[in-house]
Design a protein around this ligand. Structure first.
Ligand code: SF4
Length: 232
């Protein structure tokens, strides 16, 4: 962690203030945002693009997203002039299904590993700061999330992982979205609360458990937020 601020000192700051503190302590360091264009990502993206307009926006292009997600991604990328980086798996969907079958039905962990985790590991290598839209409230697996964490990638590279909305509630996310007139994925209006690949995303039965709509409740994480090793 930088000598000019501690992870603790950032915990009680607003997302704006935390971001300014982080960027001033790490000026010029290569940064990126992983973005699935969910409401949290749109807020972090809105904060970042005003400070670093050319920040790489990494979209995990699994080939299995909703058509509406692709349309939304392309519209926002055009309107906000984003530096969109589609992170592509080694196999196309057709190749994977031909070689290994419909993995999301039989082995979603392997499918996520091939289409999300491995491509992201490679894509993160050039960066020293990794912004996310994660929040503690999203899942029991995220309850201990800090706004700034040191992480080590499997290849040995260390980077800061910053989750500016870590302590926000869903209500705060939605308040910010409406107050600032941010666009949002149309699936929210249908009742979806956590939106990923189409075959693995359902409208949750329990609105208090948004992630229950992902992988039909059989798992909570795709793996992109659990593969790196968290430092102290
Ligand atoms: S979320 Fe589903 S379709 Fe997407 S990579 Fe994971 S298992 Fe495959």
């Amino acid at each position: 962690m930088s000598a000019t601020f501690s992870a603790e000192s950032i915990e009680n700051l607003t997302p704006d203030a935390a971001l300014d503190t982080l960027l001033s302590a790490h000026a010029g360091r290569p940064a990126c945002l992983t973005c699935s264009f969910q409401a949290e990502d749109m807020i972090v993206l809105d904060l970042l693009r005003k400070r670093i307009p050319s920040i790489p926006v990494l979209f995990l292009e699994t080939g299995y997203h909703f058509a509406r997600t692709y349309e939304f991604r392309d519209r926002i990328a055009r309107e906000w002039k984003l530096n969109l980086v589609n992170v592509i798996p080694q196999r196309t969907v057709r190749q994977q299904e031909s070689d290994l079958g419909i993995l999301y039905l039989v082995d979603p962990t392997q499918c996520c590993q091939l289409r999300k985790v491995a491509p992201l590991m490679r894509a993160l290598e050039p960066f020293e700061i990794w912004f996310t839209g994660l929040r503690r409230e999203q899942s029991p697996t995220r309850k201990d999330l800090r706004k700034v964490e040191q992480h080590r990638l499997p290849g040995g590279k260390s980077l800061l992982k910053a989750s500016l909305l870590a302590d926000w509630t869903w209500q705060q996310v939605w308040d910010y979205t409406t107050k600032n007139g941010l666009s949002y994925l149309p699936q929210y209006d249908q009742g979806y609360l956590s939106i990923g690949c189409e075959p693995c995303t359902k409208i949750p039965d329990d609105p208090n458990n948004p992630r229950s709509g992902r992988w039909s409740g059989t798992k909570l994480e795709c793996g992109i937020h659990t593969f790196s090793e968290k430092g102290q």
